[in-house]
Write a protein that binds this ligand. Sequence first.
Ligand code: SAM
Length: 383
Amino acid sequence: MGTEIIHADLPSRRFEPRIYGVGAWVGHLHFAYDLVAALRPRLLVELGVDRGESYFAFCQSALENKTGARCFGIDTWRGDQHAGGYDETTFEQVSAHNRENYEGFSTLIRSSFDEALGSFLPETIDVFHLDGLHTEAAVRHDLEAWLSKIRPGGLLLLHDVDVRAKEFGVWKIWAELHERGRSWTFHDGPGLGVWEKPPVSKLPGFLEQLLSPPNERNEALARYYSDRAEEMQKKIAGHWRDGTIRQTPFAQQTIIQVFHTRDGSHREEDSVYARVGHEGWKDVRIELPNDAFAAPLRIDFVSALTTIEIASIRLTKEDTICFTAEDDTGFEMIRIAGDVELLPDPKLLRLRVTGLDPQLYLPAVNLPASEGTFILHLRLRVL
Ligand SMILES: C[S@@+](CC[C@H](N)C(=O)[O-])C[C@H]1O[C@@H](n2cnc3c(N)ncnc32)[C@H](O)[C@@H]1O
């Protein structure tokens, strides 16, 4: 059977995601859309919503394909050690989007996953997406708590099954689940596992093809979704090139990524994130690991071609101030590199972001040997 025949009737052929590029889920949006359209879940639950990239793909499908689903998205909307911390802007924007588009059938529960557990009856969830904290202990805990809530024959989606850095342990749990039921793994981006809770049942439409033992149909489906993922990445790259990134949902917040290093080389695995909204001045406090070094510290902003005004940068360990910049003299010690231009300003460090990778390098500092908490404090606003 030709791959065209398999894909001709997939609803995602006509899917235009409203929310994309704000998380790490862009490679699976089309699958999420088809999944909801085909399975028509009565109850869908997601743990770990953040800015709603995955959750709103499920909701958009439920609405556009009139599936009649009840959807619940659960999160503290405070962030975690892998996603980084973020401010209230995220919850405000996610709840506004939910209210404006999906209020009739979608509920956001702002609580810990454990606290929300009592709101769901055993064996009632048709589609369950777990995308919370990604350590092995956290995923094991969340799955043990929630597995009994999924109905037999229901589907579990597990995000980040391919990531092996930064204490991610989802892959270990995924290897175990793989032995206990039918599954499929998408390897786009950080990887997505799809697992059917036993016993095996006949799934509707393309899902049965996907979860059947390896064959040319599930390979063709995986290729179809990889192509959609690539198209989405190209679309986002195009937004950065032509400046339309400013009109996308991505543009409502700025990500601050802080690289700490002991040997002068800056690696993704030795970095922490924070995210801020763009309404007014923000005092941001970014906690670095206790064993972090600043030789030197690098600060990147992922920000949609904005202007960033910085009033002060301070580095502290317990009571010791290790570095401070709040005027010309301090700001002159900071090296600027990558996609950024320095704009004149008598008081502020004023930066115009010109692309994806603006970088600030603080001077290398010797940190006190004490055990204390190591914190980067920034006072800034994004225009
Ligand atoms: C990886 S993000 C979710 C990404 C999201 N699915 C997307 O499509 O972009 C993880 C989220 O889980 C939340 N989280 C982690 N552990 C949690 C817990 N135990 N209870 C509630 N929320 C939690 C964090 O606040 C964070 O927003």
